[in-house]
Design a protein around this ligand. Structure first.
Ligand SMILES: Nc1nc2c(c(=O)[nH]1)N[C@H]1C(S)=C(S)[C@@H](COP(=O)(O)O)O[C@H]1N2
Ligand SMILES: [Mo]
Length: 171
């Protein structure tokens, strides 16, 4: 759990976008806020139903930074060095959220305080905790677990665990 003074917090939005952004904690909280209730599925066969996340929708970030039309992936980075690649198709879903509250309280430290990405349509390893950067990509790159054999997409309903767990088309 990497230490942080909220005064020093910056979330960086960059990559193949028309409008790269660096937002302080104060600026981030001034963005339109939303709430999402969703189940959370871990790749190791546990799920937590009905979590209530509050924060800024990924769609709000998209409106602000305006990714170029050829963007296909978003790399999410955690402050301690974690990374994960999220298909843009899932990042841009209406329920994907940059969450700073869980069930009405600030995110607990062990769950990503102060900010985490939550992608309810994918396995939990795509929901980067301690979020500090979103990088919009045209060409796929792989994050921490994907480099170690986890699936690039990670749809729990298709049980996409290992990258070769089913014959999905790969570019
Ligand atoms: N920054 C960061 N985010 C991360 C991880 C991590 O190690 N560092 N682990 C991922 C994995 S593998 C899982 S299963 C979930 C666990 O989320 P939880 O700790 O809130 O249950 O966080 C994901 N996000
Ligand atoms: Mo995990």
């Amino acid at each position: 759990m990497p230490p942080l003074d909220l005064e020093d917090f910056v979330i960086r939005i960059d990559g193949v976008v028309a409008e790269p952004l660096d937002l302080s904690w104060e600026e981030f909280l001034k963005l339109p806020q939303a709430e999402v209730v969703a189940d959370f599925h871990c790749v190791t066969h546990w799920s937590v139903p009905g979590l209530r996340w509050e924060g800024v929708l990924a769609r709000t970030i998209i409106e602000l930074c305006r990714p170029e039309p050829e963007v296909r992936w978003v790399m999410a980075y955690g402050r301690e060095g974690y990374s994960t690649n999220v298909p843009y198709e899932h990042f841009s879903r209406p329920e994907t959220i940059l969450a700073h509250k869980l069930n009405g309280k600030p995110l607990p430290k062990e769950h990503g305080w102060p900010l985490r990405l939550v992608v309810p349509s994918l396995y939990a390893w795509k929901s980067a905790k301690y979020l500090v950067r979103l990088e919009f990509l045209v060409e796929k790159r792989r994050g921490f677990w994907e480099m170690r054999g986890y699936h690039d997409i990670g749809d729990p309903w298709r049980e996409e665990r290992r990258w070769d767990s089913r014959p999905v088309p790969r570019e």
